[in-house]
Write a protein that binds this ligand. Structure first.
Ligand SMILES: *Cc1c(COP(=O)(O)O)cnc(C)c1O
Length: 376
């Protein structure tokens, strides 16, 4: 094991207690714990509805399905994200249309969207990268003008806000991940948040095969025949996952404060280093500090990763652009060179360790190692 892992969860006794409560009952699958989590999560986000799912990928996919996105449609999105942002579009049958990103934030460049709109365009799928929200007001204006839907990939951005707007408030839906390294986690999990009752109901139906009643309903009210009016998937969050997430909602802002202090320390220590570029935060943004990305010269990047790994420091690359992966290169009409800003970031970026239990002294040590690499 590394001296300083890239990520360390902070789950323990509280979550064990929560799981044991589920085991004392008889419903392990979707039930009351999921309903409590959904109500707590939507209240936290100041949105009307949340639907618990098995992943953010499922949340993105079902959002597109519920919005009627299908084969032949186009969805405008960013190449600088985890592949799931685009695979969900492919699952819906639509085609991802990439637009380059802003150099100083890595977020989708709203100024480039209009030129990418065609008669086939049905939706915009922005990603709130590293925990900083995109400019949702501009995106909503564009979407309204051209009659498009917005699905937000908010996997990095549960706590975020920009111009007084939270994820899920201006988008038709916002999609969240509770994967192992996310700000709250149950190993694997996800959710959709939306203001629309119609979309919430449709997604709830789609998450369990399109069945019109659940096992928990049958447990409460006894058996009755159910129907399958539409074709759905098997994407429902279970009570065990929900029980682990509930106590984490109580410390979500405390953990954010801890990460904020750590990021401030990283930035103080790394700013004087000529070889390092840091991303910027825009005005009126409440940042989630989900990741701690830095940029270094492309020809030094992989050497720095090797150097840090040899020192026992875990680091990863968020992200190499989606269109450069073999499957996308083969199946979509994009070439390397087409999205130069995303590609530059992809060649230069490294994410350093960040998690609430990380110590300030450890951050100092990691920064010293990074600076040592450039000094030697
Ligand atoms: C983690 C992540 C996803 C996928 O989340 P899952 O819950 O693993 O499906 C999607 N988009 C971004 C930006 C992510 O970081």
């Amino acid at each position: 094991m590394q001296k300083v892992p890239f990520f360390k969860h902070d789950l323990g006794e509280t979550e064990l207690q929560a799981i044991s409560e589920v085991l004392q009952g008889n419903i392990l699958t979707t039930g009351d714990f999921v309903a409590s989590f959904e109500s707590k999560f939507s209240r936290y986000l100041q949105a009307n509805h949340a639907v618990g799912l098995t992943s953010c990928t499922a949340a993105l996919h079902l959002s597109l399905e519920a919005l009627g996105i299908k084969e032949g449609d186009e969805v405008i999105t960013t190449p600088l994200s985890f592949i799931a942002t685009s695979t969900a579009i492919l699952h819906s049958g639509a085609r991802p249309i990439f637009v380059d990103v802003e150099a100083d934030t890595g977020n989708l460049d709203t100024k480039r969207i209009v030129e990418a709109i065609t008669p086939r365009t049905k939706a915009i799928l922005p990603v709130h990268l590293f925990g900083q929200m995109c400019d949702m007001k501009s995106l909503r204006n564009i979407a309204d003008k051209y009659g498009l839907s917005i699905v937000e990939d908010a996997a990095h951005c549960i706590e975020g806000e920009r111009d007084g707007i939270r994820p899920g408030q201006l988008g038709d839906t916002a999609c969240f991940s509770f994967y192992a390294t996310k700000n709250i986690t149950c190993g694997e999990g996800g959710a959709v948040v939306t203001q629309s009752q119609k979309l919430a109901e449709q997604i709830a139906l789609l998450r369990t095969h399109g069945m019109d009643s659940t096992a928990s309903d049958r447990d409460k009210h006894g058996y009755s025949h159910w129907d399958m009016p539409i074709l759905g998937w098997k994407y429902n969050m279970d009570n065990i996952q929900a029980s682990m997430l509930l106590p984490q909602m109580e410390r979500i802002e405390i953990n954010l404060e801890k990460r904020k202090r750590l990021v401030q320390r990283y930035r103080e220590r790394l700013k004087p280093c000529q070889d390092i570029t840091l991303f910027e935060t825009q005005p009126k943004v409440k940042h989630c500090y989900h990741l701690m990305p830095i940029r270094v010269a492309a020809n030094k990047r992989d050497k720095l990763i090797d150097f840090l790994s040899a020192s026992g420091i875990g680091c990863v690359v968020n992200y190499r652009p989606i269109h450069t992966f073999s499957y996308f290169a083969k199946n979509l009409p994009y070439n390397t060179g087409q999205f130069p800003i995303a590609e530059n970031i992809g060649d230069e970026v490294i994410s350093l360790p960040l998690y609430p239990e990380l110590k300030l002294e450890t951050v100092d040590w990691v920064c010293n190692q990074v600076r040592k690499f450039f000094d030697d």
